[in-house]
Design a protein around this ligand. Structure first.
Ligand code: NAD
Ligand code: ZN
Length: 239
């Protein structure tokens, strides 16, 4: 029977942020030296930036997409995949990350609330596709054949995240909520701990540092994701 801290657990929701991919060599926005081609990445990841300077935004995402080939999942991604496979209950994984390291780490279910680096979206016909290739304003939509209509399928600052109905339903029905490597600065994800608490869930935070919402968690595990996630997963699978 799955127990955590003496409590019967049937349904777990795990939220991950950039911190889980940091040890794989994917820089977090805030840990990076803050500048990319002299621009703050936070000001590139907006619809306004894409309107103002699409070439810059395409370059930024093409560079991040091609960097994915140089990184590999770490033991935190792999431990979560093991939890999803072996836990005698339900584990719903939602990530703010746009990399594909959870999938490559073996997770069969990953909810990408902020979109995916490997996905493109046609703003004219709504066609969505996966690609490892660069694309820009001269690329043709595989769906409708138009040029100049493709954008990275990334939820930019100011846009509404994907899958919120399902995420809120899962948070409302879980007994354990675990947040890993997320700063608690970007909403709505930063508010998930409150939704889980409102339904009486036990809450655990794993982070190298204090986050903006640390005080809302019942249990805080301060340390590297690779170490702390592996340890927590061992505990959850021990019963
Ligand atoms: P963030 O950069 O705001 O915060 C990262 C958090 O992870 C920090 O609290 C930091 O203390 C913690 N951390 C860093 N290294 C860690 C480690 N090794 N072990 C444990 N904790 C560690 O990231 P966020 O909260 O995910 O939000 C930023 C936004 O940036 C999100 O919207 C996300 O989509 C986007 N983003 C995604 C990626 C990615 O896909 N890998 C990378 C950068 C930014
Ligand atoms: Zn199209």
């Amino acid at each position: 029977m799955p127990y955590f801290n003496g409590r019967f657990i049937e349904r777990i929701v795990v939220l991950t942020g950039a911190g889980i991919s940091a040890e794989s060599g994917v820089p977090t926005f805030r840990d990076a030296d803050g500048l990319w081609e002299k621009h703050d990445p936070m000001t590139i990841a907006t619809p306004e930036a894409f309107q103002r300077d699409p070439a810059l935004v395409y370059r930024f995402y093409n560079a991040r997409r091609s960097k994915l080939a140089e990184v590999s999942p770490n033991s935190a991604h792999e431990s979560l995949a093991r939890l999803q496979r072996e836990f005698a209950g339900d584990v719903f994984l939602v990530t703010q990350n746009v990399d594909d390291l959870h999938e490559r780490g073996g997770s069969g279910q990953v909810c990408h609330m902020h979109g995916e680096l490997l996905a493109l979206l046609c703003t004219k016909c709504g066609h969505g596709d996966y690609t490892h290739e660069d694309f820009d304003a001269s690329s043709r939509c595989p769906g409708c054949g138009s040029t100049g209509t493709l954008r990275p399928d990334i939820v930019w600052f100011g846009e509404f995240p994907y899958h919120m109905d399902e995420i809120e339903a899962r948070l409302g029905g879980c007994e354990l909520f675990i947040a890993i490597g997320t700063s608690g600065q970007v909403y709505p994800a930063a508010g998930f701990v409150r939704l889980a608490l409102a339904r009486g869930a036990t809450t655990v935070e794993i982070n190298r540092e204090l986050s903006d919402v640390t005080g809302l968690f019942h249990h805080q595990r301060r340390g590297l994701a690779t170490v702390e996630v592996a340890a927590l997963v061992e505990e959850l699978l021990a019963y």
